[in-house]
Design a protein around this ligand. Structure first.
Ligand SMILES: C[S@@+](CC[C@H](N)C(=O)[O-])C[C@H]1O[C@@H](n2cnc3c(N)ncnc32)[C@H](O)[C@@H]1O
Length: 221
C-alpha cells in the first residue's frame, strides 16, 4: 500500500492499475490494450499520456461510459493515486498503466488501436540541455501515428502553457506533415465551460493567469 499523495489513506489500484507484471519485459512483444476491457473490448479506445492526478480522465471517462480509456503515467505516486481514484468511482472503462509513454508506444502497443491520444500539459523541460527529454518529438509522433486507428477521426490532442515548447511542437510536427494535418483545437466535450481539457495543471495555470496553446494533429488516411 502507498500513502503518498493520499494524506495517510491507503491506496488500492485493484482492477484499474496495470504495471510491468501485466506488460511483461520490454521486447517480449506487443500487448493489446483492447483485451484489458473484455468483454467490452470492441468499444472505441482512447489513450491519455501523463494522467497526473486524473481530473480530465475522471470527467471524460464518466461522460463517455461506452468508450474505453487507457491512461499512462510514469510517476508511481501519481499512478497509484489516480488508479485508486478511478477505482473508487467504479469506472470499469479505465486502465491506468505504470509505464513510460515512449516505451509503451514503441515496444508494447500494436498498431491501429487508439481513436484519440490526449496529451495535456506535458512536462516542458525548459532548460536547453533537457530538451531531449521532451515528449513531443518527430519520432514519437511517428509512433503515435502508428498506434492511432486508420480512420479520419483519429487525432492527437495537445495543450501546453509553455510558448517555447509549443513552438518546438510546431517544429516537431513539420517533418511528419505527411502523416498529420494540424488543426485548431476545440475543447473536449467533457471540458467545463471555458476550459481546454479541465486538467489539474490547467486549473493551476489558469489561476496564475498563464496563456495556453493547443493543437490537434489529425491522422491523414
Ligand atoms: C505537467 S504534468 C500534467 C499532468 C496532467 N496531464 C495535467 O494536466 O494535470 C505531466 C505528467 O506526465 C507524466 N509524464 C511525463 N512524461 C511522461 C512519460 N514519458 N511517460 C509517462 N508519463 C509521463 C508526469 O509524471 C506528470 O504526471
Amino acid at each position: 500500500m502507498s500513502y503518498t499523495l493520499s494524506h495517510g489513506k491507503a491506496l488500492d489500484v485493484t482492477g484499474v492499475g496495470l504495471d510491468a507484471t501485466d506488460l511483461g519485459p520490454i521486447g517480449s512483444g506487443p500487448v493489446d490494450p483492447r483485451a484489458w476491457f473484455a468483454p467490452h473490448d470492441d468499444r472505441p479506445i482512447e489513450l491519455e499520456i501523463g494522467s497526473g492526478k486524473g481530473a480530465f480522465l475522471l470527467r471524460q471517462a464518466t461522460a463517455q461510459p461506452l468508450v474505453n480509456y487507457v491512461s499512462i503515467e510514469y510517476a508511481r505516486a501519481f499512478w497509484r493515486y489516480t488508479a485508486d481514484r478511478m477505482r473508487r468511482h467504479g469506472l470499469s472503462n479505465v486502465k491506468l498503466v505504470y509505464v513510460e509513454a515512449g516505451a509503451f508506444v514503441r515496444q508494447y502497443c500494436p498498431g491501429h488501436v487508439f481513436r484519440t491520444v490526449h496529451i495535456y500539459f506535458p512536462d516542458p523541460w525548459p532548460k536547453k540541455r533537457h530538451h531531449k527529454r521532451r515528449l513531443i518529438q518527430a519520432p514519437f509522433l511517428e509512433h503515435l501515428h502508428h498506434v492511432l486507428t486508420h480512420t479520419r477521426d483519429a487525432t492527437v490532442r495537445i495543450t501546453t502553457d509553455h510558448a517555447e515548447y509549443f513552438q518546438w511542437m510546431v517544429e516537431a510536427s513539420a517533418p511528419v506533415s505527411a502523416l498529420f494535418d494540424r488543426e485548431p483545437y476545440e475543447p473536449d466535450t467533457s471540458a467545463p465551460t471555458g476550459e481546454l481539457a479541465g486538467t489539474n495543471f490547467e486549473r493551476k495555470y489558469r489561476d496564475q493567469g498563464r496563456p495556453f496553446y493547443a493543437m490537434v494533429l489529425r491522422k491523414r488516411v
